[in-house]
Structure formats: structure tokens, C-alpha cells
Write a protein that binds this ligand. Structure first.
Ligand code: 5GP
Length: 180
């Protein structure tokens, strides 16, 4: 792959990811026993995580995807999201599990959670592979977290920089030279 010299370090290895996803899959299976949740993947970053997670979940599920763009508004904690691709299923009365790659400010997920509630979902929970707690601007309750990580820009396992690096097997820290 091009530009691999811009990868500073491995933060979470493929093996660690696999092991943690197996644990999360068991937990989700137990928590939703007897129910059929709608699992919503947030594009594009979450697709690899969603694929691996659901193969560790022993339940019938419906799967759908959303794509959103976030626009922060300067220093304010408010922000809006624009729906680039909406769901093709109705979430009314359904148990919704949103699957995201990383929670940073929390704005995207806070808005998505509100949106699902406005659409009368019966329950809304979130799973994120990564969380940067030190970056939070709004509190958002995330039930299933893979790893809490420091404030570093990460790539790999679905996460990109300029559409590159998504297929790296580990989660890595991008060298600052890449975006300076
Ligand atoms: P939030 O609304 O929580 O601030 O934004 C979450 C989104 O920001 C993620 O879905 C992701 O697209 C992007 N993001 C935040 N931190 C990182 C990071 O370290 N690496 C990459 N590739 N994307 C990030």
C-alpha cells in the first residue's frame, strides 16, 4: 500500500480487535435474546466492524445503513448532521442498535440517537469500536464500546484518511506529517 511509511504505530492489533468483538458479540446476543433488532451501520467507517461484529452475534437481525455528514459550528458544542443516505426500513416500534466506527465529539451519535427516537424506535443503543472520551463535547450513552483510545488520529479497520488505509488490519496512528 502507498504511504505506509506515514503509519506511526499500531494502537490496537488485529488479534485484540478479534478478541474484543467476540466478547461484544456474546454480550449483544445475551442482551437481545428473543428479539430481532435492526442494526444500523454508519457509513463508511463502520462497515468492517459491523461485518465482523454481526458474525459474532447469534440472533436474527435486520441490517441497514446510513450515511451522514457532520458539520461542527466553530467553537460551539452544537452541530448539525446532514443525512446523505437514509434508511430503507421503518424503525417504528423496533429495537435499534447503531454501529459506529469511532465516537469523537459525540455529536454524530447524539443526533442519530435523537433521530431514531423521533422516528419512534422502541429502544436505541449504540456500539462503537473506538471511543475518544477526552474529545467529548456532548454526553452520549454508548452501551457497547470496543476500546477507549487517547486523542490520536487513527486509521485502519474501516477508518480512513482521505479515503486511504481502510483495509489495514490493525488500528494504527497516522503520523502527523500526513496531515500537516
Ligand atoms: P463525532 O461526531 O463523534 O465528533 O465524529 C465521529 C466521526 O468522526 C467518526 O465517524 C469518524 O468519521 C470521524 N473521526 C473521529 N476521529 C477519527 C479518527 O481518529 N480517525 C478517523 N479516520 N476518523 C475519525
Amino acid at each position: 500500500m502507498e504511504h505506509t511509511n506515514l503509519i506511526k504505530a499500531t494502537l490496537v492489533s488485529e488479534q485484540q480487535i478479534k478478541q474484543r468483538i467476540a466478547e461484544l458479540g456474546k454480550q449483544i446476543t445475551a442482551d437481545y435474546k428473543g428479539r430481532r433488532p435492526i442494526v444500523i451501520g454508519v457509513l463508511k467507517g463502520a462497515w468492517i466492524y459491523l461485518a465482523d461484529l454481526l458474525r459474532e452475534v447469534d440472533l436474527d437481525v435486520d441490517v441497514d445503513f446510513m450515511s451522514v455528514s457532520s458539520y461542527g459550528s466553530g467553537t460551539s458544542t452544537s452541530g448539525t448532521i446532514t443525512i446523505v443516505k437514509d434508511l430503507s426500513v421503518d424503525v417504528t416500534g423496533r429495537d435499534v442498535l447503531i454501529v459506529e466506527d469511532i465516537v469523537d465529539s459525540g455529536l454524530t451519535l447524539a443526533r442519530l440517537k435523537d433521530l431514531m427516537r423521533d422516528r419512534n424506535a422502541k429502544s436505541v443503543e449504540i456500539s462503537t469500536l473506538l471511543s475518544k472520551p477526552s474529545r467529548r463535547k456532548v454526553e452520549v450513552d454508548v452501551k457497547y464500546i470496543g476500546f477507549e483510545i487517547p486523542d490520536e488520529f487513527v486509521i485502519g479497520y474501516g477508518l480512513d484518511f482521505d479515503e486511504k488505509y481502510r483495509t489495514l488490519r490493525d488500528i494504527c496512528v497516522l503520523a502527523e506529517e500526513a496531515y500537516k
